[in-house]
Design a binder for this molecule. Structure first.
Ligand code: ZN
Length: 442
């Protein structure tokens, strides 16, 4: 796949021994060297473009669901998409299947998957001042996709692993099989773990370039970086994720400022689109007291101050009784305090607000089971399974519910299916003992 010259150049750039790379290529774990879409240099990538797209399809829906799903407000999602498309048309990889949604999560963040599936939390959106800052935020995420940072990180972690494995293989005298195992293990590695500082710098630079190409003033990037610096000072608790994925804000702000005042100086008379931004995000801004109370509540929960957290969620729900996120957070907070019956009420409300969102159904299922209502638990768990297939723990819990309903044969089916996917831990032991007691296993 790689010409001799390309491989040699790539090895040199990435300081990897030829033998290590050949191992990885042989094991099918490494896609090899590619030319960087943004710079023309050779980069080492652990995913092909098709794999990047596949990762989005497989992993992104789970993560978006964890973040309470997209806001059910077509107008605001369309607005975000319009701004995103204005930018991605000017990016280095316009062919990628970019998609944009505002998430119901309250914490301050935005992220992207390697194929371009992006999420922007409502928590950060209410803090932005104009469309140019939003363009800076989306431009930064586009920068990660276009420079193929996730694919590069995957490539590097494979090389790091193979260096260790190489020693083990030499010591154990085993052969090629171990490498194939390593390849498959790495496939599951966390995609949203932090990027390197160099990756962040590059994403900023590309983001500012894209926003300028799309007609925005370069100063939007300064506004965005300043917001992050301020947030870090004001409420560091709320921002763990943002700053583990996007560190070193003041340096980044200064760089953005330097570029806006030199290379892009001519763009700063452009309209930052404040009025347009305010009009299009007005519905979300009306929820600001609710979102901020949820932020405080989540911070209190992280600090195990559950009474204080409950107070915040109560405030949020008084302002917006039908807020999906606030109802689910309240359910979670009450459940931690062993107030399961009350928790179940809030989880049920959440599941009725957004029946197409998975997490509330899971919560209802688990809480109903704890309340010894296996039939209603089963209905909710099954609903979750349909919306978000592939979660082994749900299979187990469906088994428990069916057992509680006296449906032994159907329960055995779920336990068997669970054991096929997981054979360690308490749930596996329980499944096994049931199947054995019932005579399905000898
Ligand atoms: Zn970033």
């Amino acid at each position: 796949m790689n010409s001799h010259d390309e491989l040699a150049r790539c090895l040199q750039r990435n300081r990897i021994s030829r033998r290590q790379v050949l191992w990885l290529l042989g094991a099918g774990a490494l896609s090899g060297c590619a030319s960087s879409p943004t710079g023309g240099g050779a980069i080492l990538v652990g995913m092909s473009e098709d794999e990047e797209k596949r990762v989005d399809q497989q992993v992104a829906p789970q993560q978006f669901s964890q973040d309470f799903g997209p806001v059910q407000d077509a107008a605001i999602n369309n607005y975000l998409t319009t701004v995103g498309q204005r930018l991605d048309a000017k990016a280095h990889r316009p062919q990628m299947p970019y998609s944009y949604r505002v998430l119901n999560a309250n914490y301050v963040n935005a992220y992207t998957f390697p194929g371009g599936a992006m999420g922007v939390t409502r928590g950060i959106l209410i803090d932005l001042d104009n469309e140019a800052e939003l363009a800076a935020l989306l431009g930064h995420e586009l920068g990660h996709v276009n420079a193929r940072h996730a694919a590069q990180r995957q490539g590097q972690s494979m090389v790091a692993q193979v260096a260790i494995a190489g020693a083990n293989i030499a010591a154990a005298g085993t052969g090629f099989g171990s490498l194939v195992d390593i390849g498959s293990q790495l496939g599951a590695s966390v995609l949203l773990s932090s990027y390197s500082r160099d990756n962040e710098r590059e994403a900023d630079e590309l983001g500012q370039e894209y926003m300028v190409r799309a007609g925005y003033p370069a100063s939007g990037m300064i506004g965005l970086q300043q917001l992050l610096v301020d947030q870090q000072k004001e409420s560091p608790g709320m921002l763990q994720t943002m700053f583990s994925t996007h560190p070193m804000s003041s340096e980044r702000r200064d760089t953005a400022k330097k570029l806006a005042e030199s290379k892009y100086a001519a763009t700063n008379t452009r309209d930052p689109g404040q009025e347009r931004f305010m009009d299009n995000t007005a519905s979300l801004r009306r929820l600001k007291p609710t979102i901020e109370a949820c932020q405080k509540g989540e911070t209190a929960m992280a600090g195990k101050a559950y009474g204080k957290a409950e107070e915040q969620f109560r405030f949020a729900l008084k302002a917006t009784p039908r807020d999906y996120s606030a109802n689910l957070l309240m359910a979670k907070c009450l459940s931690i305090q062993d107030k399961d019956a009350q928790a179940l009420e809030y989880a049920r409300t959440a599941s009725r607000i957004y029946p197409q969102e998975a997490q509330a159904h899971k919560m209802v299922g688990v809480l109903a089971l704890a309340q010894r209502d296996p039939a209603s638990a089963y209905t909710s768990l099954d609903q979750y399974d349909r919306l978000m297939p592939g979660d082994a723990s749900i299979t187990f819990l469906k088994g428990v519910s069916l057992e509680g309903m006296g449906k032994r044969q159907e329960a055995a089916k779920e336990y068997t299916s669970y054991l096929r996917r997981s054979n360690k831990g308490q749930a596996a032991e329980y499944s096994y003992s049931r199947l054995k007691n019932w005579g399905y296993l000898k």
